[in-house]
Design a binder for this molecule. Structure first.
Ligand code: S3P
Length: 175
């Protein structure tokens, strides 16, 4: 039975890699943010606005527990999921957590063009974005590093790179 949680910062490529892995391994793919949006009929941005970050984190934990019941699934978590409550321990207990490690410069490049959908990044200047990535990673890396496996997510820019990362991933997990 396959139950994999992809974790890492925003822009790490959790959704891109998760989708490709699920296709390759013929299992279901769930993006936790999308799952939350479907269950609540609201965007993550709306949920942040209406309930604040604390309210969002409560929902996120509950939904994580819901999807972690599923079998043969790859779950792309949100960038903050592992850093609240006992979510990281929980993921390590019920499946294989894999940290998608990406260089800061690569994260900056990716997030610069995808700020609008992310409540924590909206309206940030380039300098502010760099600073946010720096501070957030300093706080979050200790959580991310609790994952059973780590793999680089630097190379996910085109189909060839995604395919190679999928191969490395399978080798790492012995699949
Ligand atoms: C967040 C990451 C987002 C989303 C929310 C908060 C974070 O997910 O859950 O905006 O705290 O890093 P992605 O990592 O999928 O962008």
């Amino acid at each position: 039975m396959i139950r994999i949680f992809l974790i890492g910062y925003m822009g790490a490529g959790k959704t891109t890699l998760g989708r490709a892995l699920a296709r390759e391994m013929q299992v279901s793919f769930i993006d936790l943010d999308w799952y939350i949006e479907e269950r609540f009929h609201k965007t993550v941005r709306q949920l942040f606005e209406e309930r604040g970050e604390d309210g969002f984190r409560e929902i996120e934990k509950k939904m994580l527990h819901e999807v972690a019941e599923f079998e043969n699934v790859i779950v792309a978590t949100g960038g903050g999921t592992p850093c609240f409550f006992d979510n990281m321990e929980y993921m390590n207990t019920c499946g294989d957590a894999v940290f998608l490690d990406v260089d800061k410069e690569v994260l900056f490049r990716r997030l610069r063009i995808a700020k609008q959908q992310r409540p924590l990044l909206v309206g940030k200047t380039d300098d502010e974005l760099r600073e946010l990535i720096d501070t957030a990673l300093a706080k979050r890396l200790p959580y991310y590093r609790k994952a059973r496996y780590e793999i680089s997510g630097n190379e996910l820019e085109d189909r060839g790179q995604i395919k190679r990362t999928v191969e490395s991933f399978k080798k790492l997990l012995g699949i």
